[in-house]
Design a protein around this ligand. Sequence first.
Ligand SMILES: [Cu+2]
Length: 467
Amino acid sequence: MHRRGLLSSLALVLLPLQACTSLRAGRKLREFELVTMTGDAQIDSTKAPVPVWTYGGSVPGPQLRVRQGDRIRVAVSNRLSQPTTVHWHGLRVPNAMDGVPHLTQHPIAPGGRHVYEFDVPDAGTYWYHSHFQSSEQLDRGLYGTVIVEERDPIPVDRDLTWVLDDWRITPAGRISETFGNAHDMAHAGRIGNVVTVNGSVHEEFSVRAGERLRMRLVNAANARIFALAFHGHRPLVIAIDGQPVEPHEPAGGRVVIAPGMRCDLLLDAAGRPGERHEVHDLFYPRDRYVLMQFVYDQQAPLPRRSAAIVSLPANTVPEPDLVNAGTHEIVFEGGMMGTLHQALLDGKPTDMRGMLGRGKAWAVNGLVSDGHEMKPMLELQRGRSYRLRMRNETRWHHPIHLHGHTFRVLGRNAKPTEHREWQDTVLMSPGEQVEIAFVADNPGDWMFHCHILEHQDGGMMSVLRVS
Ligand SMILES: [Cu+2]
């Protein structure tokens, strides 16, 4: 694991062309241009730049910052040699804007252009990424963030974003081309050997004593899960997946964030000028490392802010009616060391050997997605509430992502969750049972899949139809 390197700047940072027009009632139309293109990223400042794929020349792509209630219009031009699409992860957009190839739109061909336009109902931390051949396109760098500011933001000294990612870099200093290999697909996914924050290996993060930070963490990795411990600090979780949560210290002092997820922290810089405090990633017991060092500068401490922490205002997500909710059981099976013997692939019972021969290893309710045929696994009535009782019957972690909706996480292993978090991506540990609930209020065919992108490729994907 490379941890060397100083704060390095990306050579090419093209700001998105941005325009703003007033709509009715103070709402604004925010216009952006995103261009997919190849580029070079200075991932490690001590090494040569790495060829990557980007939005606008940088990894991450430009941060799109809008205000809650605005309307967003993003024109995407594709200058890559592959088709692409853009998915607006966590934003409750109309189905046609969801960016899933063949399900909600035609892929944007090389040289092509596509305009996405939708209202932004919820404040919070979101991200955009390719949904075409995701395991390769995200890994090469096709992602960026969308920050939707509250109408009345909470007062902080700095509002910053850390996009976490990892890369599999060869000894020759290039991205390993081992995309889609069977080992990654059937095990923990493509876990890289270089971890970056905002596209480069950082060793130091400069802070001033006494300042209050809002840290927006985004996990853009294909497969790596993070469990961050901020030594010398007591961060509070104030939002998960963009959605406000009752401010609380993370369980066990670790901020666990799986691929696709976001976490907003409120962190008071409690150290003294000149001190250093490490941020450790403890998720994989045999691969612990220092992600970052908080380095306190020599400035006099800022006056302490009030200890009273204000919760973020609630978003507009409808509350599910648990009494009258429909209930579905969903079982995830497969992977190495599992108990899945056969599942339906192309409508035919197929054993694990046959599945592996087709690049598949996972099933959702006994069905293996071939990635093309996307018939709905469940048909949900528009406006009705649903509980999904999900069981992870595999030996692996899976962050399960539902498009177009935000759900409450009601329980884990039959115990109610403490915060009934709103999420769009929920991490299930091996053997874990998780119950979620939501109002199926957004019509269309929605992807429901594991956000470990190699698992998604390997069949852990399905479609929920709301009509
Ligand atoms: Cu998975």
